[in-house]
Design a protein around this ligand. Sequence first.
Ligand code: F6R
Length: 238
Amino acid sequence: MEIIIQASAQAATEIASRTIAHVLRRKPNAVLGLATGSTPVQLYKLLIDMNLDWRQVSTFNLDEYVGLPKAHPQSYHSFMWANLFKHINIDPQNVHIPDGNAPDMALHCLAYEQKIRQAGGIDLQVLGIGTDGHIGFNEPSSSLGSRTRIKTLTRQTRQDNARFFGNEDQVPSHVITMGIGTIMDARQHVLLAFGPHKARAVALTVEGPITAMVPASILQMHPDTRVYLDPEAAAQLQ
Ligand code: F6R
């Protein structure tokens, strides 16, 4: 793991955006894994401003809420189109986001894995991290070898995400998420974590033992994971 601590979230995000731009310039048909949530919003703004050529790029999002209509303002489908896709020249056919309303979820999850493989695998995966150490929506105790599947959100994550929905009860209880094994197959990871509320999860991920109770800690085993932090998120590192 390479840990990059910058003076501000903005500075860290700028460096991360250059890493992604470099991949897209070197490989015009790159396959990107994308995340949602508050953390990557600024990253996507910077990528939009770079005027990169996305025509041949394929994307696979990490996760989606189960049962939320695609058009719901808090669906990850809506998030991705509002914050990135509608501003770039990506081919909509190359955009992949799990379908939280698929009639056969098990089949849909298998097909999602297959599409990633058919695209040649993920070149670079963007990651945020939950305050409980989740990546994607692989909550504590997720199998470290897991693949795309349905997961139940923890109380902590529903509380964390209540800010997007008004209150915790409105946050869907289930999600589809790429598995930890799926995420580990990506060739490169860019993980962003900002703010004091991420400090504990970051310290456990980077310096703690590898454990399913801190799913992000498995990234210690990956040959190319870069973790971009502001001083607040880095505060509990030794
Ligand atoms: C979202 C995702 C989650 C978030 C994490 C942090 O696609 O995969 O793991 O990255 O919950 O969310 P924020 O950035 O809102 O703190």
